[in-house]
Write a protein that binds this ligand. Structure first.
Ligand SMILES: Cc1ncc(COP(=O)(O)OP(=O)(O)O)c(N)n1
Ligand code: TZP
Ligand code: MG
Length: 204
C-alpha cells in the first residue's frame, strides 16, 4: 500500500457535510485517509468510521484510525496512528500483525530512529506551523527535516500546513504532508486537494 503524498486527517465528525468534504478530497486524489475524532462516543465513531472506510476503499486509498486499537479492530481499518499518549507501539504490533502503524515523532529524531527499528510503517514530525486543530500540539523546528533522508520508512510533516506554506516543507526529502483544516476549512476542498497534489508532484 502506497504511503506517500497527501494525507488527509479528519476533523471530528459532526454533520453530513463531513463526508462530502472527505469525498471531494478523495475524488480529487488524496492519497491516505485518517479518521481522527476526539469528541464522539464509540457508537458514533463506529458508524462514521464505517462510512469513511467505504469511501476510502471506493477511491483505493488506505484507511487509518487515530489512537484507538478498539476502532482499528472493529472497523478492520488498514492501520493506526499513535502518539505519546496512546497505547504502546509494541502492544499494537503484536496484537495486530500486518496492520500499518504510523507514529508521531514530534521534534525528536531519536524517537524516529527508535520506531523505525521497532517496525513502524511511517513516522510524522510536527507541528511545523501554528495549528488550531490540536490544542496541545508541540512546535517543531523545520530543520529537523534535514534528517528525513536518513529514514528508510516514509516521513510525513504535519501541523498548520496550508497551500501557501507547504513549499517550505517541500524543500526537504519528506514522503508527504498531513493536513486537517487546510482541506476541511477550505471553501473548495477538492480545489485545495488539487493544489497540494500539484505541488507534491514536483517532489514525489
Ligand atoms: C499523520 C499524523 N501525524 C501526527 C498525528 C498526531 O498524533 P498524536 O501525537 O497522537 O496526537 P493526536 O492526533 O492523537 O491528537 C496524527 N494524528 N496523524
Ligand atoms: C494532529 C496534529 N498533530 C500535530 S499538529 C496536528 C493538527 C494538524 O491539523 P491542521 O492541519 O489543521 O493544522
Ligand atoms: Mg494520538
Amino acid at each position: 500500500m502506497k504511503l506517500s503524498g497527501l494525507y488527509l486527517v479528519t476533523k471530528d465528525y459532526y454533520n453530513r457535510n463531513f463526508f462530502n468534504i472527505v469525498e471531494e478530497s478523495l475524488s480529487a486524489g488524496v492519497n491516505i485517509l485518517q479518521y481522527r475524532d476526539k469528541t464522539n462516543p464509540y457508537n458514533i465513531k463506529i458508524e462514521a468510521g464505517r462510512r469513511l472506510k467505504n469511501l476510502a476503499y471506493k477511491y483505493n486509498v488506505p484507511f487509518i484510525v487515530d489512537d484507538s486499537p478498539v476502532l482499528l479492530d472493529i472497523l478492520d481499518a488498514d492501520g493506526i496512528h499513535i502518539g505519546k499518549d496512546d497505547p504502546p507501539f509494541e502492544y499494537i504490533k503484536e496484537r495486530f500483525p500486518g496492520k500499518i502503524i504510523g507514529v508521531s515523532t514530534y521534534g525528536d529524531i531519536n524517537l524516529g530512529i527508535k520506531y523505525e527499528r521497532l517496525g513502524a510503517d511511517y513516522i510524522a514530525f510536527g507541528s511545523f506551523f501554528k495549528t488550531s486543530t490540536k490544542d496541545d500540539a508541540e512546535m517543531c523546528d523545520i530543520n529537523i527535516l534535514n534528517n528525513a533522508s536518513k529514514f528508510n520508512i516514509p516521513v510525513f510533516a504535519i501541523g498548520g500546513i496550508n497551500t501557501r506554506n507547504v513549499d517550505e516543507l517541500l524543500k526537504y526529502k519528506i514522503s508527504g504532508i498531513a493536513v486537517v483544516s487546510a482541506i476541511f476549512d477550505a471553501a473548495n476542498p477538492g480545489e485545495a486537494t488539487r493544489t497540494f497534489l500539484e505541488k507534491l508532484r514536483k517532489i514525489l
